[in-house]
Write a protein that binds this ligand. Sequence first.
Ligand SMILES: [Fe+2]
Length: 251
Amino acid sequence: MAPPLRILHITDPHLHGQRDARMRGVNTDDTLVATLAHALGGKLRPDLVLATGDLVQDETRAGYERFHELLGDLGLPVYCLPGNHDDPGLMRELLSAAPFRFCGVAEHGAWSLIMLNSFTRGDDGGLLAPEDLELLDRTLASGGAAHCLVALHHQPVPMGSLWLDSVPLRNADEFLAICDRHSRLRGIVWGHVHQASDRERRGVRLLSTPSTCAQFRPASDQFALDTRPPGYRWLDLHADGSIDTTVVWVE
Ligand SMILES: [Fe+2]
């Protein structure tokens, strides 16, 4: 069998313009550096990196330049999409040229990766614009590849955590209705919730990935930090449409 498409999924690094800045006590620069060293220092080699938003916490150019510096020389494509804390304009400006890519569709053998922008100004929740919903519908209907994986920042299904479920993908109903119309969708991955989850809905794998910095306590109705360390996810996308995945915690 052909080797799988192997994706290193990182999310919510929350970098700052100042490298020594902390978020809730965590130096997010240090934890991203440690996460990348952990993921790329082992024997598994990804084919690409997928970063699903909240790349920069303080919307600074220097924050995106630092992300570029840390990921630009890996010799790998780095696919990026924005989260609620990002500045999509700055991000598009600084993270569009190869090896980076800002949103859109990428074809890799048997798989299409559909990367959506759910940023909406003034809201920590997310919203997919009509053109993104159209892109999703069109690609799921007629993309070249046999199987599709969708990536976005905000959760399209409840996490069972009152405060997080108040800032979800606001038009999840529309999003899921499109997903339900097509048979080539195999998985949906997101960030934003700073915790790992792995479920299935109508034959589609639903995966959230922990942050490269601090985690949120699952099933907590109020905001609460978890004691888990930084984390990341491996995704192996097989040519037969199956997905093997593991979350790795950076102890
Ligand atoms: Fe977020």
